[in-house]
Design a protein around this ligand. Structure first.
Ligand code: CTP
Ligand code: MG
Length: 235
């Protein structure tokens, strides 16, 4: 089944601190986006990757793709992103040629996801799940609070959900293409992942095992961890 990946890479990376857009920051000298692209193209099932670039960075991303040797098995497209992750993903979906029936959405900010995770997600979609998320059990206990709205103010704790039923979800998330397109046409609420839009359509979403190395580079400490993982891989 023809399979494509959309990589939203248009965010600024505010939580990482000042600097280039997050996807263009380097890990061991190579932009995060290139690591993420290689991770996706490493799957034999993937034949197209659509990169959603910062709106003012399309030319820069195109020249990066030319500068780094990428596997010839996959084709690459670059399109400009939008103001929200959702809008960026939608623009990526709009650029997909008709033959792709399975679509993965993968954050550029998860540059180190192993190919085994990518393949597990694709496999579950092939077996009939309309939406698939890689997920991990939580290490921390999670509390629901009444948000203070002011940083640093104490917040009343309201509840402690049963941790054994909670999962932290990652990307790539995998979809039946028609389902994901419909979700993006239908759901207008702000969401933080694509699978939750499919949930809102009332369709089943399944979780497959995620991987610790698929963590999202969000804050400065995550850069330290990512470079340590690369050093262990000797890249
Ligand atoms: N993203 C995007 N378009 C946006 C916002 C985010 O394509 N308008 C992408 C990011 O580039 C990233 C992924 O969505 O690969 C996950 O978002 P996040 O980790 O929040 O990245 P940023 O939005 O860049 O970071 P921050 O929220 O700290 O600014
Ligand atoms: Mg963000």
């Amino acid at each position: 089944v023809p399979t494509a990946v959309v990589i939203p890479a248009a965010g600024r990376g505010v939580r990482l601190g000042p600097g280039a857009p997050k996807a263009l920051r380097t890990l061991h000298g190579t932009p995060m986006l290139i690591h993420a692209l290689r991770a996706m193209a490493a799957s034999r099932a993937v034949s197209l990757v659509v990169v959603v670039a910062p709106p003012d960075g399309v030319a820069e991303v195109k020249s990066l793709l030319d500068a780094y040797a990428l596997p010839e098995r996959s084709d690459f497209l670059v399109v400009p992103g939008g103001d929200s992750r959702q809008e960026s993903v939608r623009r990526g979906l709009d650029a997909l040629p008709p033959q792709y029936e399975i679509v993965l959405v993968h954050d550029a900010a998860r540059p180190l996801v192993p190919v085994e995770t990518v393949d597990a997600v694709i496999e579950a979609v092939r077996e009939g799940a309309p939406a698939v998320v890689p997920a991990l059990p939580l290490a921390d206990t999670v509390k629901e609070v009444e948000p203070a709205g002011v940083p640093g103010e104490p917040e009343p704790v309201l509840a402690t959900p049963d941790r054994s039923r909670l999962r932290a979800v990652q990307t790539p998330q995998g979809f039946d293409r028609a389902t994901l397109v419909r979700a993006h046409e239908t759901v207008t609420d702000n969401v933080t992942d694509d699978a939750s839009m499919v949930e809102q359509l009332g369709l089943p979403v399944v979780a497959v095992p995620g991987h610790a190395e698929a963590f999202k580079v969000t804050r400065p400490l995550d850069l330290v961890l990512a470079e340590a993982v690369l050093a262990r891989r000797r890249l």
